[in-house]
Design a protein around this ligand. Structure first.
Ligand code: CA
Length: 729
C-alpha cells in the first residue's frame, strides 16, 4: 500500500493520475500484466473526450448507459438477423457473491470487463475469455442489508482516468485502481448509522463523481453529491427535498420547494432519493437526475393537508459544476403510491411535428411515458404505456396527471387497489433507444397492489416506513383466489414509439419482473426474463431470432462490446430484487431450481458448454405442531408483515431468494429462533438484530404464524396432490 501511495503522490505531482498512467509504466502485478496483454495499454483510461466520442470506439462500453445520453444503443452490427443463429457461449464466470439479485451493467474498456455483484463487489475479467484479473470486496457489513429496500444489489461502476468508482451498499464511495483492484481513496457519503444505501452506478462528469443514494422506504432525505475524482473531496451536494424550514435552506430552489410541503415532513425524511438514474448533455452542460418517491409513501402522513412535495418523483436538471438547480418536471405531484421518477432517462434528438427537438425521455413507475424538452423541462407529450387506474391521463395544459377520485387512499381513508403498484409499470430495469428504428425498448410490469392506509404509523428504525398497511393488504391464502390474482399478473417487453406515443410491438412474458434491454445497429434487441431465458428479437417486428436458457432469473440489462474484430454480448444473471423478495406467492413462478449468479458472454460461433445448474434447493424441515391460539397467530401475522415480509415474502412465502421460513429448521428451536431474530446471530448474512424493536413475545408470535403457514401450505399441497391423483385415475 505504501508503494501505491508514493506512486500516486509522484503522479499527482507530475500533473495528475492521467499524466502518470499515460507513461504506460511496466506492469506492477500479474493482474496489470494480464490487463495489458488483453489489449489495455493502461487500464480504464476514460476521460471527457473519450466518453463524448464514444461512437468512434464502438467496441468499448465506457460508462453505465454506454454514452452520456444513456441510450444503451450499440453501433455494433456484426451480429444481426442473418447470422445470429450461430450465436453461442464464449465464456461464463461464476460470481463470488450471495444468490441475490444481480443488476450490474458491465463496463468493457480496452479488452477488460469491470462488473459488480450483490454486496457491492467488483470483478475485472479478461473480456475475451472471462479469466479473472482481480476482484475487490468492500466488505459491506451484512447488517447493512436491512436498509436495502430492494435487495443488496449494485448496478455498476464508473471509469475515469485509470480508476473505477464504486458506491457501496453501506454508503461509501470508493475509488479503485483499475489496473490492480486496489482502493485509492474512500469517502463516506452518508451519515453513519442512518438508513441510506447505495445501489446505483456513479457517473463522472467533468472530473466529478456524481453519486446519490436510496432509502425512500426507510425515512430519509434524498440528495446527490459530487466528489472530485482525483481526491475524493466533496464539491457540492444537492438535496432534493427541503429540510427543517426554521434552519437556513441550502439553496433558493429548496426555499421554493418548501412552499409545497405541509406538516413536519423533515421528521419523517421526505424522500426524493436519487437512487439510480442520471444523464448528462455536454452541449447544454446539464446534468439530469431522477428522484424517488416521498417518504413515507402515504402523503396524508408525510404532508398532511396536501401539496406537491417538490422535488419528489421528479426529473431535475442541475449545473454539473455547482449542483445549482436549473429546472424540474414532477411526474407524480404529491406522490402517495411509491411512483418514483428515478427510472432510466434517455437523451435523444427527435423530430416532433416537423420540429427538431432535444428531448429527455422517461417511463417512470406511474405508467406514463414522458417526452420533455431537455433544455427547458417543457412537457412535449405523455402517453400511457400501461393500465393506469390512478390517473386518466396527463393534462397537457398543466402537465399534471388527471387523478381518479378514489386513488388517494391516505386522505380518503379507504384502501385503493392501484395499477400500477409500488413495483411500477416500469422500474429501474434500463431501457434502450435505437436511433435506427426510433423506438424505445423496455420491460413493462402488469400488476395491481392494494394500498391500505396504516392506522398505526410511527417512524420505526428497523421496519419500512411507508404509511401503508402491508398486513391488511397481504395476499389471501386461498389458492383459488391466489390463482385468479396470478392470472392477471404478467409482464412484457415493449417497443414504444416516443413520437407517436404508441406501442409498436410487444413480447408477452408469463412473469412480471424481467430484465433490461439493449438495442444494436444489427437491428437486434437483447433482453432476459425472470425465468432465465436470454433472447434476441428483431428490433422492427419483435420476432424472436435467438434464445438460450441460462437457468437463473434475469433482471440485469445486456451490453455488447468488441475484442479485436469479434462482437460479444454479455449479461449478468441473478434473481431477486424488490418483487423477487417481497411478492411471496406472486413471485414464486420465477423460483426456478437454482439462483446461480453469473456473467455470460456470447459470440458468433461460440461453442463453450453452458454451466451445470447450481446447488439443489435446501432440504425442507418438518414444521413443529401448529398449537398456538388464533389470536397469537393473528398478532404474529401483523408483526411479520411489518418487519419480515418485505424480505422473506408476503404471507411467509419465499420466492427462492432468501430462506423460506416455513421450511426453516430453526422453527423447531424456539430459543435459537428468538436469538436469531433479536440478537442478529446471522447478521453477517444480512439478518439484522431486531431486539431493539421486537420483544421475545413478538418473536414467539411471528414463529407461531410461520408454523401456522407451514401447516396451511402442507394441507394445500396435499389437497392438490389428492386432486391430481384423482384426475389420473
Ligand atoms: Ca421506493
Amino acid at each position: 500500500m505504501r508503494g501505491l501511495t508514493i506512486l500516486a503522490v509522484v503522479c499527482v505531482a507530475a500533473g495528475g493520475i492521467a499524466a502518470c498512467v499515460r507513461k504506460g509504466a511496466e506492469p506492477e502485478s500479474a493482474a496489470e500484466g494480464a490487463a495489458q496483454a488483453a489489449g489495455a495499454a493502461v487500464a480504464a483510461r476514460v476521460d471527457d473526450a473519450r466518453i463524448r466520442n464514444a461512437d468512434r470506439e464502438s467496441g468499448n462500453w465506457m460508462s453505465y448507459g454506454r454514452t452520456y445520453d444513456e441510450q444503451r444503443y450499440s453501433p455494433l452490427d456484426r451480429i444481426g438477423a442473418a447470422n445470429i443463429g450461430t450465436l453461442g457461449l464464449a465464456w461464463y464466470y461464476d460470481l463470488d457473491t450471495a444468490a441475490r439479485a444481480q443488476e450490474s451493467t458491465p463496463l468493457v474498456i480496452d479488452g477488460v470487463m469491470y462488473v459488480t455483484s450483490a454486496w457491492s463487489k467488483v470483478f475485472a475479467l479478461d473480456a475475451a475469455t472471462g479469466r479473472e484479473l482481480w476482484r475487490y470486496d468492500p466488505k459491506v457489513p451484512g447488517a447493512a442489508g436491512i436498509n436495502a429496500c430492494c435487495d443488496v444489489v449494485n448496478r455498476g461502476v464508473a471509469a475515469w482516468e485509470g480508476r473505477l468508482y464504486l458506491g457501496t451498499l453501506d454508503g461509501r464511495l470508493v475509488a479503485i485502481d483499475a489496473a490492480t483492484g486496489k482502493p485509492a481513496w474512500e469517502v463516506m457519503t452518508v451519515e453513519p448509522g442512518s438508513r441510506y444505501t447505495i445501489t446505483g452506478a456513479p457517473r463522472v462528469v467533468k472530473g466529478k463523481v456524481i453519486i446519490g443514494n436510496g432509502g425512500g422506504e426507510m425515512g430519509v432525505r434524498g440528495y446527490v453529491t459530487a466528489y472530485d475524482a482525483k481526491t475524493g473531496q466533496q464539491v457540492w451536494r444537492f438535496y432534493t427535498v427541503p429540510g427543517e424550514p426554521s434552519k437556513p435552506f441550502e439553496n433558493p430552489a429548496l426555499e421554493m420547494a418548501a412552499k409545497t410541503w405541509k406538516g413536519e415532513w423533515w421528521k419523517l425524511g421526505g424522500g426524493g432519493t436519487v437512487w439510480d438514474s442520471m444523464a448528462y448533455d455536454p452541449d447544454l452542460d446539464l446534468l439530469y437526475i431522477g428522484t424517488g418517491n416521498g417518504s413515507p409513501w402515504n402523503r396524508a402522513i408525510r404532508s398532511p393537508g396536501g401539496g406537491d412535495n417538490l422535488f419528489i418523483s421528479s426529473i431535475v436538471a442541475l449545473k454539473p459544476e455547482s449542483g445549482e438547480y436549473v429546472w424540474h418536471y414532477q411526474t407524480t405531484p404529491g406522490d402517495t403510491w411509491d411512483y418514483t421518477a428515478a427510472q432510466h432517462m434517455i437523451l435523444a434528438d427527435l423530430t416532433i411535428e416537423g420540429r427538431a427537438r432535444k428531448v429527455i425521455m422517461q417511463a417512470p413507475k406511474n405508467g406514463f411515458f414522458y417526452v420533455l424538452d431537455r433544455a427547458t423541462g417543457e412537457l412535449i407529450s405523455a402517453g400511457a404505456f400501461a393500465t393506469t387506474n390512478w390517473a386518466k391521463g396527463i393534462d397537457m395544459k398543466t402537465g399534471r396527471p388527471i387523478e381518479t377520485a378514489e386513488a388517494r387512499y391516505g386522505e380518503i381513508g379507504r384502501p385503493f387497489i392501484a395499477q400500477p403498484g409500488p413495483g411500477g409499470a416500469h422500474s429501474w430495469q434500463p431501457m434502450s433507444y435505437s436511433p435506427r428504428t426510433g423506438l424505445v425498448y423496455f420491460p413493462v410490469m402488469e400488476a395491481v397492489f392494494p394500498y391500505f392506509p396504516d392506522k398505526d404509523f410511527r417512524k420505526r428504525t428497523l421496519a419500512w416506513n411507508t404509511g401503508v398497511d402491508f398486513n391488511a393488504g397481504s395476499l389471501p391464502t386461498d389458492q383459488g383466489i391466489l390463482d385468479q390474482i396470478k392470472a392477471g399478473l404478467k409482464g412484457h417487453l415493449v417497443a414504444w414509439d416516443p413520437v407517436g406515443q404508441r406501442e409498436v410491438w410487444r413480447v408477452q412474458h408469463e412473469h412480471p419482473w424481467n430484465g433490461g434491454a439493449l438495442s444494436t445497429a444489427g437491428d437486434v434487441v437483447f433482453h432476459g426474463d425472470a425465468l432465465g431465458e436470454f433472447a434476441a428479437y428483431d428490433a422492427r417486428t419483435g420476432a424472436k431470432l435467438w434464445s438460450v436458457a441460462t437457468g437463473t432469473g434475469i433482471l440485469a440489462p445486456p451490453m455488447t462490446y468488441l475484442v479485436g474484430d469479434e462482437q460479444y454480448v454479455a449479461i449478468e444473471v441473478g434473481w431477486g430484487g424488490a418483487f423477487g423478495l417481497a411478492a411471496g406467492e406472486l413471485a414464486r413462478d420465477a423460483h426456478i431450481a437454482t439462483n446461480a449468479p453469473r456473467v455470460f458472454a456470447f459470440k458468433l460461433g461460440g461453442t463453450a458448454a453452458m454451466p451445470p445448474p447450481g446447488p439443489p434447493p435446501r432440504p425442507i424441515s418438518e414444521p413443529p405442531p401448529d398449537v398456538a391460539t388464533a389470536a397469537t397467530v393473528e398478532a404474529g401475522k401483523a408483526t411479520y408483515h411489518r418487519y419480515c415480509g418485505t424480505c422473506h415474502g408476503d404471507s411467509a412465502v419465499s420466492s427462492g431468494v432468501l430462506p423460506d421460513l416455513r421450511q426453516s429448521a430453526y422453527l423447531s428451536q424456539p430459543d435459537t429462533f428468538t436469538r436469531l431474530v433479536r440478537e442478529g446471530m446471522l447478521a453477517d448474512r444480512g439478518m439484522f438484530a431486531f431486539g431493539p424493536e421486537l420483544s421475545a413475545e413478538d418473536v414467539a408470535q411471528i414463529r407461531a404464524y410461520v408454523i401456522h403457514r407451514a401447516h396451511e401450505t402442507k394441507r394445500a399441497d396435499a389437497a392438490v396432490a389428492e386432486h391430481s391423483g384423482a384426475m389420473q385415475e
